[in-house]
Design a protein around this ligand. Structure first.
Ligand code: GN1
Ligand code: MG
Length: 368
């Protein structure tokens, strides 16, 4: 919704000239995003940070400003264009990178990167491979970033056992009386309880190293250049935190190698697209095969299944809790998304051997 709050927030940053247009961008499911154009022709992205999801916007912005400034230096060293290859955040009139408005909502502003676009579903294998490269490259750029300076912006974000507990709590509380509608889906989740701790166990044993990861590697979180069709920049940095490589790889496959959209309700259209999967593996391992250890590479295919399962479980949790977290357009939306993700999990289970073999093939190709 565009209202006085949006204008108040934009003006707090004291940017040049009056607003000539504001358009809401609705691809993200968590924050509210607006494209603002001023009379001088400058374009900005103004975002209202969802403080139900992100409890501490100050810490969140400290993370993001630290990471983008660091990336800027890496990009300069590599001879790249830092104005297009990472985001540039703007301070408000008080010198802070976020603004709290009269309704206690938190806002931030960054420069719009012109001549760029995002997409929700892979359109060509080449572009999906490129997204894999972009996220692999992002992890490499941040390999030396001091991980202990990062705040955990959402505690236990990809801690799947903890997500499972949240889910069971939502089932128990059943605040909306929706539980009886989803007994089949609840069983689907409970049948896979043993999967939830597989990666966290390996992490605790030190077999899977903790890295600085993006943690929300949805395809629409990569900006592409309109002229070259090449990936330009990784965006949506709210969840950059210590994590596992399998989380980043997995969430990209979940979101981009589904033969259908995330909220497609005709489940016969939902499956793992092995050709796109292979494209992504190719791009990702071309950047990371010599960085990841053997156990990590081994964990990638399972990570794809686990991230899909976790996301489905989160949608269903939100449905049971009364749709407080994800943006919905109709009452059954989160349930539909959950069913879609669970169908994709089944498809991955049937194809897990093939998914493993594809990873092995590209490990062989890129390991020096
Ligand atoms: C959210 O904000 P967006 O749309 O990039 C969510 C991800 C989910 C995704 C599902 C901070 O991502 O974890 O996988 O929706 N981000 C957060 O579409 O919860
Ligand atoms: Mg996003």
């Amino acid at each position: 919704m565009i209202n006085y709050q949006v204008i108040e927030a934009f003006n707090s940053f004291g940017r040049d000239g009056d607003i000539i247009s504001i358009t809401q961008v609705t691809t993200g499911l968590v924050n509210a995003t607006y494209l603002v154009v001023t009379e001088t022709g400058k374009k900005y992205m103004l975002q209202k940070i969802n403080t139900y999801a992100f409890k501490n916007p100050g810490e969140l912005m400290e993370n993001i400003v630290g990471v983008t400034k660091y990336l800027r230096e890496r990009i300069k060293e590599a001879g790249g264009d830092w104005t297009r290859e990472t985001l540039t955040f703007i301070r408000n009139r008080n010198g802070e990178y976020y603004y709290i408005d009269s309704e206690n909502d938190a806002w931030r502003l960054y420069k719009y990167i012109d001549n760029s676009f995002t997409y929700n579903k892979a359109e060509t294998g080449e572009m999906f491979k490129d997204a894999g490269q972009a996220f692999g490259h992002f992890m490499n750029q941040l390999a030396e970033y001091p991980a202990d300076t990062l705040y955990e912006t959402i505690v236990n974000f990809h801690n799947t056992p903890s997500r499972y507990n949240d889910f069971m709590k939502a089932v128990d509380e059943d605040v909306k009386g929706r539980m009886v509608e989803v007994l089949k889906e609840i069983k689907f989740v409970m049948d896979r309880k043993a999967d939830t701790s597989k990666l966290t166990d390996l992490m605790e044993k030190g077999i899977l190293p903790v890295r600085v990861t993006h943690n929300d590697t949805k395809l629409n979180n990569v900006l592409f250049d309109k002229t070259t069709n090449k990936s330009l920049c990784v965006i949506d940095l709210d969840t950059v935190m210590p994590g596992l490589s399998a989380y980043d790889f997995g969430d990209s496959i979940r979101s981009g190698a589904n033969t259908a959209d995330e909220d497609e309700t005709d489940l016969s259209l939902v499956s793992i697209d092995l050709a796109y999967y292979e494209n992504y593996v190719d791009g990702y391992l071309s950047e990371t095969a010599n960085v990841l250890n053997d156990a990590e590479i081994e964990s990638l295919a399972f990570g794809a299944k686990l991230m899909t399962f976790e996301c489905g479980m989160r949608f269903l949790t939100d449905y049971l809790n009364g749709d407080k977290y994800f943006r919905i357009t109709h009452p059954e939306h989160n349930l539909e998304r959950a069913r879609n993700q669970f169908r994709l999990v089944e498809s991955m289970e049937k194809n897990m051997d093939k998914m493993q073999a594809i990873v092995a093939k590209y490990k062989e190709k890129y390991r020096a």
